[in-house]
Design a protein around this ligand. Sequence first.
Ligand SMILES: NC(=O)c1ccc[n+]([C@@H]2O[C@H](COP(=O)([O-])OP(=O)(O)OC[C@H]3O[C@@H](n4cnc5c(N)ncnc54)[C@H](OP(=O)(O)O)[C@@H]3O)[C@@H](O)[C@H]2O)c1
Length: 304
Amino acid sequence: MILVTTAGKVGSETVRLLRERDVPVRVLVRDPAKAAALAEAGAEIAKGDLDVPAAIDDAMTGVSAVVLVSPAVPAQELNVVASAARAGTGHVVKATSKASADSPIARRRWQVEIEAGLAASGIPHTLLRSNAYMQNVLALARAIAKTSSFGSAAGKGRSGLVDARDVAAVAAEIAASPAAHAGQTYWLTGPGLISNYDVAAVLSKLLGRTITYRELTFEQNQDAMIRAGVPEQIAEMNAQAFSLTAGGDAEWVTQDVQSLLGRPARSLEQFHRRLRRRVLLGRAPDTQSVGRRAPRTAAATTPT
Ligand SMILES: NC(=O)c1ccc[n+]([C@@H]2O[C@H](COP(=O)([O-])OP(=O)(O)OC[C@H]3O[C@@H](n4cnc5c(N)ncnc54)[C@H](OP(=O)(O)O)[C@@H]3O)[C@@H](O)[C@H]2O)c1
């Protein structure tokens, strides 16, 4: 049995892919009603909150590997690590980012704390250090539909944007056969470097009208997210990440997705083709690849 902690962008697709392979999978969620499609796909749904160790212990029963993916709050993810250690779980695949102890972004310092706890636990594990997800644009879908434009503090900076479905495919692959991946760190990216001007060009082509990208200052970007309902601390961390992107922080591309999956990483065009209808209709940013979740708001976005 594989346990996937949470059914967000990466978690839900990981569950779906494991079920496609007929692998027994359990997913820990706060609200089982949002995970109906995962249940239909044959996943066991465990109701629980990452702040509640007893619920995590229940979900950990009989688990051989854990895919640890959540908003990266140290106390919560370290609860999962402690539970996995108590249960003698064989492997943890941890979704993480460009973590660094001296990063100005709190979330990246939290990732360092979680990774250190995982290392100290002695559980064999694999780190998936991903570049920014293509799915982050979903938080802007409504604004794009309404104004035919979007803004960011990322300036002209380029990122090795990765489709979160590819991160999930790697997580599923490793969780299903972890032995060769213990102690490894993979740097997951898409196939090339992409700026927001490139994103605007792809969207313009697919939607058949001009979509404009506006460069924002850190403060403008942070204020826009807060006005859209993003909690202040998350808006600050996101705007910091975008500002770093402007300076080249996300300009890295690897072949890790291709070498792990034996096929190329999905391109921005492939990703957006799938999104076209949602953006056209100004649909809420439903980040699940499967499932019938309630619409999510920009507040739910968890960039690097
Ligand atoms: N976004 C990026 O560009 C990016 C890039 C690289 C790495 N990452 C890393 O990826 C991870 C986030 O993955 P993701 O984007 O797939 O997540 P996500 O889509 O933001 O989903 C997070 C999930 O966590 C659940 N959750 C939140 N608090 C919970 C709690 N207390 N107990 C149980 N469940 C809880 C949410 O469920 P509810 O529906 O109940 O709210 C949601 O399903 C982070 O480690 C982040 O640093 C992100």
